[in-house]
Ligand binder design. Structure first.
Ligand code: SF4
Length: 91
């Protein structure tokens, strides 16, 4: 089982809470969740924002705002495919 550092734990707890508030769940596949959470935490440490780990950060703050998790695409992706692009959040 992967160990989370403080920032990763914080993001994991946020993701759980955010999912439950919206009627979503986190992916039951622990490895997928760990990869997404670690990616978000790395981006937060590197760029100061929890940018999506399965999308490319352009460096244009205005444009990249769309991919701060939860990205603007999440609702539509979950509605259409049952999962967000990183498969962290599921229906
Ligand atoms: S696809 Fe969107 S909602 Fe899913 S982890 Fe990436 S930023 Fe978050």
């Amino acid at each position: 089982m992967t160990q989370y550092d403080d920032k990763e734990t914080e993001i994991y707890e946020w993701a759980k809470q955010n999912a439950s508030e919206l009627g979503y769940v986190l992916n039951p596949d622990y490895d997928i969740v760990a990869m997404a959470i670690k990616g978000l935490a790395n981006n937060k440490k590197k760029y100061g924002e929890q940018y999506c780990s399965c999308r490319e950060v352009s460096g244009n703050k205005e444009q990249d705002r769309k991919i701060i998790c939860p990205c603007v695409y999440r609702g539509k992706d979950i509605e259409q495919r049952g999962a967000c692009k990183c498969a962290l959040f599921l229906k």
